[in-house]
Ligand binder design. Sequence first.
Ligand code: DAH
Length: 330
Amino acid sequence: MEEWYNAIETAETAEKLEEIRIAVFGKKGVLAAEFEKMKTAPNDQKAGIAKELNIHKGKLTGLFSERKAVLQTLELERAMKAEAIDVTLYSPTSQRGALHPVMETMDRIVDYFAAMNFAVKTGPMVEDDFHNFEALNLPKYHPARDMQDTFYFKDEMLLRTHTSPVQIRTMMSHKPPIRMIAPGAVFRRDYDLTHTPMFHQVEGLLVDKEGKVSFANLKFILEDFLRYMFGDVEVRFRPSFFPFTEPSAEVDISCIFCGGDGCRVCSKTGWLEVLGCGIVDPNVFEAVGYKNVSGYAFGLGVERFAMLIHRIGDLRSLFEGDIRLLEQFK
Ligand code: DAH
């Protein structure tokens, strides 16, 4: 028996220990054989032999489970060492990702207005008719609704066609004064060189006491913002129409490709249209229950900015996820 004690205690592997288990405790193992022998022993010795054998059996069983636990721990340690991954290891082939050009442009726009103390607000992409149209002075059957080809759901719900509904949500949940921008995805039924069904806008809104907000304030901040984005450009305000602002303007910068001489990108005009803006229409304030206030608002398309900054010709290429294109924007 002594040799088996030794064998168990020195077994190096789980397989070796298993062999020993079969040899000791198995049906044809040593213990079974000893108990078998006992049957032919003289009757008066049987009890003594049985007692001794059971003591051996108990000790061997204890040793066995102790050794088994030790080997399992060793095996676990070995496996952990062998399979360890050094995440700090430098790999010369590893590739760094980068922000998508649209998101990078959006971040730059947000950075400017955040520095000017505008709060960043968000709202739902699935909107209702009230926030997307009605409260923005676009009643049902108003012809200006056709300016924005809308994706509709049942029950007057829709995919927001602009981020202007976030203005409405913010004014309805906060008291004036307000200084906010709303960056986010918007949706329209459109698809060509410069339009995709999903694109991004940044909406801006500033509201303060009546008489405190002027078109001059709006002009100042947009000029400063556009020079921050495009460098040393001329900025011009052209009278325009939006239902939610009165007066309204569209804003152009001098063409960054030809410097204003006229080229293909600016259709020989020397100007590029980059955003819409105006003084908030009183009907909008009425819809949200604001009294004795004045404000300005503006809205821009982020993809348009990204296309101009990066000289991208076809907007659709930005959304195809082609790694060869995206790698150029690292
Ligand atoms: N919501 C307009 C659009 O999607 C953009 C816009 C224009 C927003 C003028 C404004 C604004 O707040 O004053 O075309």
